[in-house]
Design a protein around this ligand. Structure first.
Ligand code: CP
Length: 315
């Protein structure tokens, strides 16, 4: 692949290759010297048009640990504020010869559009409700390490599915790897036509969590609700918030995941989030750095190979 724009175009063998390499980067990241040279000589620009803590920090760390020159564009202070279009901003940056562009944007499809205009590898760090591929990959790595496999697991994704790019990328990835995915949440927060994705849909947490191996909780994404119905947080927690009683319906060794940012007392009880016997939320953050290192390493190899092939044609 030239870019990482979504999980949709990835073959299961490509997903496995990213996770295998990420496993090696987990070991590197646990050492005193965390440096490797996979991106030495390359320039990585991070463009975040939406807020981020985990994704932006881990892409920055990943690039620096692999030896790239990393620049974080301050999008709030950029000429976008003066009316410059996304494409003109991209073309301007492209003229500075970056090798990797990491882009988060509030509009679905914006990152794909940008990728068509530049000469470097583009990584989607989350676009609208569309995809968040590195989140799904880090979730997959977390599951594989906790469960010893990434197939034939029962996985419940719970909460605001309709507005979630994390849910969409996870549904695609987990389906490709032959898991059974259940979606659990209020019907008002389920996308229409979701059954076409080969998932089971529940509006009752106890039924939806029965005997699952993995419970993945999602935040209410109010910023994408466009003035539509927003449930009361108290009522939502009562019906769909993960607490010990609802979790007791899952398998005894079920893991609890959350991509962050978390709203304690809304979609998840704080004691469950902090329970080191069940929650792998901090492991997800750790896996995020390793997965982003692996994704950028593999794209950089493809980029270098394509450039060498181009030079061969020119010679
Ligand atoms: N999970 C996730 O994308 O978190 P951030 O918004 O903090 O990057």
């Amino acid at each position: 692949q030239k870019h990482l724009l979504g999980i949709e175009p990835l073959h299961p063998t490509e997903i496995t290759a990213i996770l295998d390499l990420a496993d090696r980067y987990v070991e590197l990241n646990r050492q005193a010297n965390k440096h490797a040279d996979a991106l030495t000589g390359l320039t990585q620009i991070n463009m975040f048009f939406e807020n981020s803590t985990r994704t932006q920090a881990s892409f920055e760390l990943a690039g620096k640990r692999l030896g790239a020159d990393v620049m974080n564009m301050a999008m709030q202070a950029s000429s976008l504020k003066k009316g410059e279009t996304l494409i003109d901003t991209a073309l301007t940056l492209n003229a500075m010869h970056p090798d990797l562009l990491v882009v988060r944007h509030p509009h679905s499809g914006a990152v794909d559009l940008l990728a068509q205009k530049v000469n470097c590898a583009v990584l989607n760090a989350g676009d609208g409700r569309h995809e968040h591929p590195t989140q799904a990959l880090l979730d997959a790595l977390t599951i594989r390490r906790a469960k010893g496999r990434l197939h034939r697991l029962n996985i419940a994704i719970c909460g605001d599915i309709a507005h979630s790019r994390v849910a969409r990328s996870n549904i695609i990835l987990l389906g490709k790897m032959e898991n059974r995915v259940r979606l659990v949440g209020p019907p008002t927060l389920m996308p229409t036509g979701i059954a076409d994705f080969g998932v089971e849909v529940y509006d009752d947490m106890r039924e939806g969590l029965r005997d699952v191996d993995v419970v993945m909780m999602l935040r209410l994404q109010k910023e994408r609700m466009d003035g539509g119905f927003i449930p009361s947080e108290r009522e939502y927690f009562h019906r769909f918030g993960l607490d010990a009683e609802k979790l007791s319906f899952a398998k005894d060794d079920a893991i609890v995941m959350h991509p962050g940012p978390m709203n304690r007392g809304v979609e998840i009880d704080g004691t469950i989030a902090d329970d080191i016997n069940r929650s792998v939320i901090q492991e997800q953050v750790e896996m995020g750095v390793a997965v982003r290192m692996a994704a950028m390493d593999l794209l950089a190899r493809n980029l270098r190979a394509a450039r060498e092939a181009d030079q061969g044609v020119m010679a």
